[in-house]
Design a protein around this ligand. Structure first.
Ligand code: PLP
Length: 397
């Protein structure tokens, strides 16, 4: 019998982190692994942001901050939301956390009672379902079809609503599919939310700057549902700041206050230096952000082009973020004589052990036919990785 809590026993380990760990182990044995398993920009943090952090240290800005973040940061976020997202929130509606991961978890802990259902648009980011389980909610996966670029329709969403539904959550641009909801699609989803007065929306917009055509639309900007939409964002992806740990929400004050209360007992405010860096990120020029987004678009084209040369894959073209998510199911049931491929987990293992490319099985993202490749790597590594994948798949009969 486990001494651990039911809560933790009910959780799964992060599949992306597990795969990254396996890749590191293989690399430590001297194998030249190309790692496309982790969702992390491969660019350095822009200089003006690093300079602000250095100044914060020299100014001895190194003490505890208010739990929800320093005043100039919360103002900068409110201003940014007005500028980019057509969202009208005051600083008091903003809670800054130690990464968007904590922002999401705070909200779930604040809103869910045991047994409350959370509709998660699937394929979904691995942590969503586990965060819901941690908060003792029940994840309800609603899966979009590859034919619709993996996007759940308003009809499919509405059909999944029950009297126990408390929240719907999704990322757009989406990790793992790279799909981006259009304004029209989000307005239709918004109409469903409008009809169901007890449902809240968690809109994870962390990839908002990495959109290849048009612009991200924030569902929270629809006035009739504004008070029921929690917008989540952060610095990790748009400013290449994964290690700095800064995420935030904008929400109705009672939700923000509840998150502040939880965070005040768990972690307090995020790193003071990071907060000063974030002010520079949010108020500074977006040239570096745009350059990075342009690089991700170029790599998307490169990767999708090369994946299309491999027989048997079904591919949707990502409209944002930095992932490719091909359906590999035509290889299931095949073998190279030693390794039998029964599913995406086997295939990801085979590609790592034989092809020396780390990817992640789609199973953990709610898409058991797919694998996820991060395109946040150099052109050279991406080209070599897909060539290795092609060779490895070619040996499966
Ligand atoms: N939301 C999505 C969809 C993500 O892909 C990630 C990171 O991979 C996060 C949130 C977490 O970001 P942070 O680094 O701010 O915790």
């Amino acid at each position: 019998v486990s001494v651990l809590s039911d809560r933790v026993n009910a959780m799964a380990e992060s599949a992306t982190l597990a795969m990254t760990k396996k890749a590191r182990e293989l690399a430590a044995q001297g194998v030249k692994v190309i790692s496309l398993s982790i969702g992390e920009p491969d660019f350095p943090t822009p200089q003006h942001i690093k300079d602000a952090a250095k100044k914060a240290i020299d100014d001895n800005f190194t003490q505890y901050t208010p739990v929800s973040g320093i005043a100039d940061l919360r103002s900068a976020i409110a201003e940014k939301l007005r500028r980019d997202n057509n969202l009208d929130w005051k600083p008091e509606n903003i809670v800054v956390s130690t990464g968007a991961k904590q922002s999401l978890t705070n909200v779930l802990l604040a809103l869910l009672n045991p047994g409350d259902e959370v509709i998660i648009f699937s394929p979904y980011w691995v942590s969503y379902s586990e965060m819901v389980v941690l908060a003792e909610g029940v994840p309800v996966l609603v899966t979009g079809s590859l034919e619709n670029d993996f996007k759940v329709t308003a009809e499919e969403f509405e059909a999944a609503i029950t009297p126990r539904t408390k929240l719907v959550m999704f990322s757009s641009p989406c990790n793992p599919t790279g799909s981006v909801f259009t304004e029209e699609e989000l307005r239709k989803i918004g109409q469903v939310v409008e009809r169901h007065e007890n449902i809240f929306v968690m809109a994870d917009e962390i990839y908002e700057y990495i959109v290849f055509e048009g612009k991200n639309f924030s569902i929270g900007s629809i006035p009739s549902i504004k008070d029921r939409v929690i917008t989540v964002n952060g610095c990790s992806k748009g400013y290449a700041m994964t290690g700095w740990r800064l995420g935030y929400i904008a929400a109705a004050k009672w939700i923000a206050d509840a998150c502040d209360k939880i965070q005040g007992q768990v972690t307090s405010g995020t790193c003071s230096i990071t907060q000063k860096a974030a002010v520079a990120a949010l108020t500074g020029p977006l040239d570096d952000t745009r350059k990075m987004a342009e690089a991700y678009r170029r790599r998307r084209d490169l990767v999708i082009g090369k994946l299309r040369e491999i027989p048997g894959l079904k591919i949707s073209v990502p409209q944002g973020a930095f992932y490719a998510f091909p359906d590999m199911s035509s290889y299931f049931g095949k073998s190279d004589g030693t390794n039998k491929i029964n599913n995406a987990d086997d295939l990801a293992m085979y590609l790592l052990n034989v092809g020396h490319v780390a990817t992640v099985s789609g199973a953990a993202f709610g898409a058991p036919n797919c694998i996820r490749l991060s395109t946040a790597a150099s052109d050279e590594n991406l080209t070599e990785a897909i060539s290795r994948i092609k060779t490895a798949l070619g040996n499966l009969k």
